[in-house]
Design a protein around this ligand. Structure first.
Ligand SMILES: Nc1ncnc2c1ncn2[C@@H]1O[C@H](COP(=O)(O)OP(=O)(O)OP(=O)(O)O)[C@@H](O)[C@H]1O
Ligand SMILES: [Mg+2]
Length: 262
Protein backbone atom coordinates (compact mmCIF):
# COMPACT_ATOMS: atom_id res chain seq x y z
CA UNK A 1 0.00 0.00 0.00
CA UNK A 2 1.23 3.48 -0.85
CA UNK A 3 1.51 6.36 1.60
CA UNK A 4 -1.35 8.84 1.67
CA UNK A 5 0.05 12.24 2.59
CA UNK A 6 -2.17 15.21 3.46
CA UNK A 7 -0.81 18.75 3.22
CA UNK A 8 -2.97 20.63 5.69
CA UNK A 9 -3.26 23.81 7.71
CA UNK A 10 -6.53 25.66 8.06
CA UNK A 11 -4.62 28.91 7.69
CA UNK A 12 -4.61 30.21 4.14
CA UNK A 13 -1.58 30.97 2.00
CA UNK A 14 1.05 29.11 4.04
CA UNK A 15 2.31 26.92 1.16
CA UNK A 16 0.09 23.81 1.24
CA UNK A 17 -0.43 23.71 -2.53
CA UNK A 18 3.14 24.76 -3.34
CA UNK A 19 4.67 22.05 -1.14
CA UNK A 20 2.12 19.39 -2.14
CA UNK A 21 3.01 19.93 -5.82
CA UNK A 22 6.76 20.08 -5.23
CA UNK A 23 6.68 16.99 -3.00
CA UNK A 24 4.83 15.12 -5.77
CA UNK A 25 7.49 16.20 -8.29
CA UNK A 26 10.19 15.09 -5.85
CA UNK A 27 8.60 11.64 -5.36
CA UNK A 28 8.42 11.21 -9.15
CA UNK A 29 11.79 12.75 -10.10
CA UNK A 30 14.07 11.81 -7.21
CA UNK A 31 12.43 8.72 -5.69
CA UNK A 32 11.44 7.49 -9.17
CA UNK A 33 8.04 6.43 -7.84
CA UNK A 34 4.47 6.90 -9.00
CA UNK A 35 2.36 9.59 -7.36
CA UNK A 36 -1.28 10.59 -7.54
CA UNK A 37 -2.19 14.14 -6.47
CA UNK A 38 -5.75 14.77 -5.28
CA UNK A 39 -6.67 18.45 -5.16
CA UNK A 40 -9.53 19.03 -2.67
CA UNK A 41 -9.53 22.81 -3.04
CA UNK A 42 -12.11 24.78 -5.03
CA UNK A 43 -9.33 27.25 -5.89
CA UNK A 44 -7.61 24.34 -7.70
CA UNK A 45 -4.14 25.90 -7.42
CA UNK A 46 -2.23 22.63 -7.46
CA UNK A 47 -4.39 21.44 -10.39
CA UNK A 48 -3.27 24.48 -12.39
CA UNK A 49 0.41 23.71 -11.75
CA UNK A 50 -0.04 20.02 -12.61
CA UNK A 51 -2.61 20.32 -15.41
CA UNK A 52 -0.44 18.44 -17.90
CA UNK A 53 -0.79 15.35 -15.66
CA UNK A 54 -4.63 15.44 -15.52
CA UNK A 55 -5.93 11.90 -15.16
CA UNK A 56 -9.41 12.68 -16.50
CA UNK A 57 -11.16 12.38 -13.16
CA UNK A 58 -12.22 15.17 -10.79
CA UNK A 59 -11.71 15.04 -7.03
CA UNK A 60 -15.42 15.59 -6.39
CA UNK A 61 -16.07 12.18 -7.96
CA UNK A 62 -14.04 10.47 -5.24
CA UNK A 63 -16.79 11.36 -2.75
CA UNK A 64 -19.21 9.14 -4.66
CA UNK A 65 -19.28 5.39 -4.32
CA UNK A 66 -17.46 3.36 -6.93
CA UNK A 67 -15.67 6.25 -8.60
CA UNK A 68 -13.73 5.20 -11.66
CA UNK A 69 -10.22 4.97 -10.37
CA UNK A 70 -7.46 6.38 -12.56
CA UNK A 71 -5.17 3.96 -14.31
CA UNK A 72 -1.65 3.77 -12.90
CA UNK A 73 0.81 5.98 -14.76
CA UNK A 74 3.95 4.74 -16.39
CA UNK A 75 6.93 4.43 -14.03
CA UNK A 76 7.87 7.59 -12.12
CA UNK A 77 5.01 9.74 -13.26
CA UNK A 78 2.31 11.89 -11.77
CA UNK A 79 -1.47 11.58 -12.10
CA UNK A 80 -3.65 14.53 -11.14
CA UNK A 81 -7.18 14.19 -9.76
CA UNK A 82 -8.22 17.79 -10.23
CA UNK A 83 -9.98 20.16 -7.85
CA UNK A 84 -12.73 22.56 -8.82
CA UNK A 85 -15.75 24.62 -7.78
CA UNK A 86 -18.06 21.60 -7.38
CA UNK A 87 -16.08 20.55 -4.30
CA UNK A 88 -17.89 23.29 -2.33
CA UNK A 89 -21.05 21.10 -2.42
CA UNK A 90 -19.25 18.35 -0.49
CA UNK A 91 -19.24 20.55 2.62
CA UNK A 92 -23.07 20.34 2.61
CA UNK A 93 -23.23 16.58 2.04
CA UNK A 94 -23.97 13.96 4.70
CA UNK A 95 -20.61 12.95 6.21
CA UNK A 96 -21.69 9.31 6.68
CA UNK A 97 -22.25 9.09 2.92
CA UNK A 98 -19.26 10.90 1.47
CA UNK A 99 -16.44 10.16 3.95
CA UNK A 100 -16.50 6.34 3.61
CA UNK A 101 -16.78 6.65 -0.20
CA UNK A 102 -13.77 8.97 -0.31
CA UNK A 103 -11.77 6.67 1.96
CA UNK A 104 -12.52 3.61 -0.17
CA UNK A 105 -11.57 5.42 -3.37
CA UNK A 106 -8.33 6.73 -1.86
CA UNK A 107 -7.48 3.20 -0.68
CA UNK A 108 -7.90 2.00 -4.26
CA UNK A 109 -5.53 4.72 -5.43
CA UNK A 110 -3.02 3.80 -2.71
CA UNK A 111 -3.02 0.23 -4.06
CA UNK A 112 -1.97 1.52 -7.48
CA UNK A 113 0.37 4.39 -6.65
CA UNK A 114 3.45 4.49 -4.40
CA UNK A 115 2.24 7.78 -2.94
CA UNK A 116 -1.06 9.64 -2.87
CA UNK A 117 -0.74 13.36 -2.06
CA UNK A 118 -3.83 15.28 -0.92
CA UNK A 119 -3.89 19.08 -1.09
CA UNK A 120 -6.58 20.52 1.19
CA UNK A 121 -8.51 23.80 1.43
CA UNK A 122 -7.72 26.30 4.22
CA UNK A 123 -10.49 25.12 6.55
CA UNK A 124 -11.16 22.31 9.02
CA UNK A 125 -14.29 21.25 7.16
CA UNK A 126 -15.64 17.99 5.84
CA UNK A 127 -13.04 17.67 3.07
CA UNK A 128 -10.23 18.05 5.62
CA UNK A 129 -11.84 15.38 7.85
CA UNK A 130 -12.26 13.05 4.87
CA UNK A 131 -8.62 13.58 3.89
CA UNK A 132 -7.34 12.86 7.43
CA UNK A 133 -9.54 9.77 7.79
CA UNK A 134 -8.11 8.39 4.52
CA UNK A 135 -4.47 9.37 5.18
CA UNK A 136 -1.39 7.78 6.67
CA UNK A 137 0.59 11.02 7.21
CA UNK A 138 0.04 14.75 7.63
CA UNK A 139 2.47 17.50 6.66
CA UNK A 140 1.64 20.90 8.11
CA UNK A 141 3.33 23.81 6.33
CA UNK A 142 3.45 27.05 8.29
CA UNK A 143 4.62 30.58 7.81
CA UNK A 144 5.98 31.96 11.05
CA UNK A 145 4.03 34.94 12.32
CA UNK A 146 1.97 36.03 15.28
CA UNK A 147 -0.92 33.60 14.97
CA UNK A 148 0.85 30.67 13.35
CA UNK A 149 1.10 28.75 16.64
CA UNK A 150 -2.70 28.88 17.01
CA UNK A 151 -3.10 27.47 13.50
CA UNK A 152 -0.67 24.61 14.17
CA UNK A 153 -2.31 23.84 17.51
CA UNK A 154 -5.73 23.50 15.86
CA UNK A 155 -4.33 21.38 13.03
CA UNK A 156 -2.53 19.07 15.47
CA UNK A 157 -5.59 18.73 17.70
CA UNK A 158 -7.67 17.79 14.66
CA UNK A 159 -5.04 15.31 13.47
CA UNK A 160 -4.76 13.56 16.83
CA UNK A 161 -8.55 13.66 17.30
CA UNK A 162 -9.02 11.88 13.96
CA UNK A 163 -6.30 9.39 14.86
CA UNK A 164 -7.90 8.54 18.18
CA UNK A 165 -11.42 8.21 16.87
CA UNK A 166 -11.23 7.10 13.26
CA UNK A 167 -7.79 6.38 11.88
CA UNK A 168 -5.08 4.88 14.13
CA UNK A 169 -2.69 4.73 11.13
CA UNK A 170 -2.49 8.50 10.86
CA UNK A 171 0.77 10.14 11.89
CA UNK A 172 1.99 13.71 11.96
CA UNK A 173 5.02 13.63 9.68
CA UNK A 174 6.05 17.16 10.49
CA UNK A 175 5.59 20.90 10.58
CA UNK A 176 7.47 22.57 7.70
CA UNK A 177 8.67 26.16 8.02
CA UNK A 178 7.95 27.95 4.77
CA UNK A 179 8.87 31.49 3.70
CA UNK A 180 11.39 31.55 6.52
CA UNK A 181 13.24 34.81 7.07
CA UNK A 182 16.17 34.54 9.53
CA UNK A 183 16.33 38.35 9.86
CA UNK A 184 12.74 38.88 10.99
CA UNK A 185 12.40 39.47 14.74
CA UNK A 186 8.72 38.53 14.54
CA UNK A 187 9.59 35.19 13.00
CA UNK A 188 12.29 34.65 15.61
CA UNK A 189 9.76 35.16 18.43
CA UNK A 190 7.24 32.87 16.74
CA UNK A 191 9.99 30.27 16.24
CA UNK A 192 10.70 30.24 19.98
CA UNK A 193 7.02 29.67 20.74
CA UNK A 194 6.86 26.89 18.19
CA UNK A 195 10.01 25.20 19.52
CA UNK A 196 8.62 25.38 23.05
CA UNK A 197 5.36 23.64 22.18
CA UNK A 198 6.07 21.47 19.17
CA UNK A 199 9.84 20.91 18.97
CA UNK A 200 9.58 17.21 18.07
CA UNK A 201 7.33 17.91 15.10
CA UNK A 202 9.27 20.74 13.47
CA UNK A 203 11.37 19.60 10.51
CA UNK A 204 14.90 20.95 11.15
CA UNK A 205 15.26 22.66 7.77
CA UNK A 206 13.64 25.76 6.32
CA UNK A 207 12.33 27.04 3.04
CA UNK A 208 12.97 30.73 2.36
CA UNK A 209 10.90 33.04 0.22
CA UNK A 210 12.26 32.38 -3.26
CA UNK A 211 10.80 33.81 -6.45
CA UNK A 212 11.97 30.72 -8.34
CA UNK A 213 9.31 28.66 -6.51
CA UNK A 214 6.15 30.36 -7.89
CA UNK A 215 7.94 30.89 -11.20
CA UNK A 216 8.64 27.19 -11.67
CA UNK A 217 5.12 26.18 -10.64
CA UNK A 218 3.58 28.70 -13.06
CA UNK A 219 5.77 27.18 -15.79
CA UNK A 220 4.47 23.70 -14.86
CA UNK A 221 7.82 22.28 -13.77
CA UNK A 222 9.68 21.52 -10.54
CA UNK A 223 12.08 24.20 -9.29
CA UNK A 224 15.09 21.95 -9.94
CA UNK A 225 14.28 21.96 -13.65
CA UNK A 226 14.01 25.74 -13.94
CA UNK A 227 16.92 26.87 -16.12
CA UNK A 228 18.06 29.67 -13.77
CA UNK A 229 20.84 29.91 -11.23
CA UNK A 230 18.38 31.46 -8.73
CA UNK A 231 16.52 28.15 -8.67
CA UNK A 232 19.52 26.33 -7.19
CA UNK A 233 19.22 27.61 -3.62
CA UNK A 234 15.46 26.99 -3.62
CA UNK A 235 16.00 23.43 -4.89
CA UNK A 236 18.59 22.67 -2.23
CA UNK A 237 16.28 23.86 0.55
CA UNK A 238 13.30 21.93 -0.80
CA UNK A 239 15.26 18.72 -1.34
CA UNK A 240 16.61 18.90 2.22
CA UNK A 241 13.10 19.31 3.65
CA UNK A 242 11.71 16.40 1.59
CA UNK A 243 14.66 14.16 2.51
CA UNK A 244 13.97 14.81 6.20
CA UNK A 245 10.23 14.38 5.76
CA UNK A 246 10.32 11.13 3.80
CA UNK A 247 11.32 8.74 6.63
CA UNK A 248 8.70 10.38 8.84
CA UNK A 249 6.08 9.84 6.12
CA UNK A 250 6.97 6.21 5.41
CA UNK A 251 7.84 5.09 8.94
CA UNK A 252 5.63 2.24 10.12
CA UNK A 253 4.71 1.28 13.65
CA UNK A 254 3.36 3.15 16.62
CA UNK A 255 3.41 6.91 16.79
CA UNK A 256 5.44 8.55 19.54
CA UNK A 257 3.37 8.86 22.74
CA UNK A 258 4.30 12.54 23.13
CA UNK A 259 2.17 13.30 20.08
CA UNK A 260 -0.86 12.96 22.34
CA UNK A 261 0.19 16.09 24.20
CA UNK A 262 -0.85 18.44 21.44
N1 LIG B 1 8.80 29.59 -0.34
C1 LIG B 1 8.09 30.41 -1.13
N2 LIG B 1 8.70 31.39 -1.82
C2 LIG B 1 7.99 32.23 -2.59
N3 LIG B 1 6.66 32.18 -2.76
C3 LIG B 1 5.99 31.22 -2.09
C4 LIG B 1 6.66 30.27 -1.25
N4 LIG B 1 5.74 29.43 -0.74
C5 LIG B 1 4.55 29.83 -1.23
N5 LIG B 1 4.68 30.90 -2.04
C6 LIG B 1 3.61 31.65 -2.72
O1 LIG B 1 2.68 32.05 -1.72
C7 LIG B 1 1.35 31.94 -2.19
C8 LIG B 1 0.57 30.99 -1.29
O2 LIG B 1 1.11 29.68 -1.42
P1 LIG B 1 0.16 28.42 -1.59
O3 LIG B 1 -0.89 28.70 -2.60
O4 LIG B 1 1.02 27.25 -1.78
O5 LIG B 1 -0.50 28.40 -0.14
P2 LIG B 1 -1.74 27.54 0.35
O6 LIG B 1 -1.52 27.26 1.80
O7 LIG B 1 -1.99 26.41 -0.55
O8 LIG B 1 -2.91 28.62 0.18
P3 LIG B 1 -4.51 28.33 0.32
O9 LIG B 1 -4.76 28.22 1.78
O10 LIG B 1 -5.13 29.55 -0.30
O11 LIG B 1 -4.78 27.07 -0.42
C9 LIG B 1 1.45 31.47 -3.63
O12 LIG B 1 1.39 32.59 -4.48
C10 LIG B 1 2.83 30.81 -3.71
O13 LIG B 1 3.38 30.89 -4.99
MG1 LIG C 1 -3.72 25.85 -1.58
Amino acid sequence: MGNVVVFGNQKGGVGKSTLAVLYAYWVADVQRQSVCVIDLDTQANSSKSLRRFAAGIEAVELFRQNAIVVAPPCEAAIALVAGGKQLADIELARPEMVIPAFRTNVLHLAERFDTVVIDTPPALGLRMSAALIAATAVVCPIELEEYSIDGVTDMLKTTFGVRRRYNPQLRLAGVVLNRFNPHSLRQKAAMQGLAMHFREFVIPARISTRSAIPEALAAGMPVWQLPKSAAREASLELMRVFELLQPRITRSGEAAPEEERA
